[in-house]
Design a protein around this ligand. Structure first.
Ligand SMILES: Nc1nc(=O)c2c([nH]1)NC[C@@H]1CN(c3ccc(C(=O)N[C@@H](CCC(=O)O)C(=O)O)cc3)CN21
Ligand SMILES: CC(C)C(=O)C(=O)O
Ligand SMILES: [Mg+2]
Length: 279
């Protein structure tokens, strides 16, 4: 926690009440320092299971565990004063039945201090969402492209074109009726995202959806240019820090090899200076 003045972080009902209002701003974060950078600028921060692909080198989100989500959730919590924290439920931690979902969602909430959990699925997860919400766990839903279902979806493709649109619309209504306080729409056509946003009573958070959604989210390493293994069309690079970081590393390597680093200012004399810094 910083010592600077801060407002109280919003809770799930504050986020719900933003329906149709000023756009909700969110990014993912996985570490304390990155959370600190976005705390003053985001309404909520998602500890996404994308952490597995972004920070752990996995090729999908299926290998992400409860332990990983708890450890990254705890790290992010230490960096937030103003923004709400939402934690993704990892693959296989909630799909079996509502009781399993409650056990794991409760662990995520109590061990990280998250204000809500997010889980993937629409109609098929409605009963579980209702079960959690009735027992005190705010749920953010996630429909459209649901990356934990990559093996049945057959790729990270647009969801809800043509005859598939009715199914995504039904998902949006199902999670709303089940009590979700907001819903992520990932990689659905713009017209469908706009229709869902106008029809349901909870905020829609778009990622590859529509500028008309009630809010937007991106993976922070994507928008900063740190993650470059792939770049979905919905990613806008606001900075290109990956190449900047590599150039710095290359310069360090060259200076070590040339014995020009460390310089005098980075090393210590036999005798401490009479005054000045302790370094
Ligand atoms: N770095 C990162 N960013 C993400 O947005 C993200 C993750 N990781 N990991 C978890 C999921 C996976 N998601 C993804 C992953 C890949 C594409 C992608 O490559 N899309 C391509 C087309 C791929 C296809 O059609 O099969 C694109 O151009 O959008 C999109 C979303 C979103 N999430
Ligand atoms: C992309 C967002 C919505 C997500 O679920 C994640 O980062 O895991
Ligand atoms: Mg996720």
């Amino acid at each position: 926690m910083s010592a600077t003045a801060h407002k109280k972080a919003p809770n799930a009902e504050d986020i719900r009440s933003r329906k149709g209002g000023d756009p909700l701003v969110s990014l993912t974060a996985y570490t304390t320092p990155m959370a600190r950078l976005m705390d003053a600028h985001c309404d909520f921060v998602l500890v996404g299971d994308s952490v597995g692909m972004v920070l752990h080198g996995l090729t999908s989100t299926l290998g992400v565990t409860m332990e990983m989500m708890i450890m990254h959730g705890q790290a992010v919590a230490r960096g937030l004063d103003n923004a709400m924290m939402v934690v993704d439920m990892p693959f296989a931690s909630y799909e079996h039945d509502p009781a399993q979902a409650f056990r794991n969602a409760a662990r995520l909430m109590s061990e990280t201090g998250a204000g809500a959990v997010k889980l993937e699925g629409g109609v098929e997860m409605a009963e579980t969402i209702r079960f959690l919400v009735k027992r005190g766990i705010p749920v953010m839903a996630h429909i459209g492209l649901t990356p934990q279902s990559i093996n049945t979806l057959g790729g990270y493709k647009v969801q809800g074109r043509d005859e598939q649109a009715q199914a995504v619309l039904a998902d949006a209504h199902a999670v709303t009726d089940a009590g979700a306080f907001s819903v992520v729409l990932e990689k659905v056509p713009q017209n469908l995202a706009d229709r869902i946003t106008s029809e349901i009573a909870i905020p829609t958070i778009g990622i590859g959806a529509s500028v008309g959604c009630d809010g937007q989210i991106l993976v922070v390493d994507d928008m900063l240019g740190f993650f470059t293994a792939f770049k979905p069309k919905f990613v806008k690079r606001y900075a290109d820090l990956g190449p900047l970081a590599e150039a710095a590393i290359a310069e360090y390597a060259a200076e070590v090899r040339a014995r020009s680093f460390p310089a005098d200012e980075h090393v210590f004399a036999d005798t401490a200076p009479a005054t000045g810094s302790k370094s």
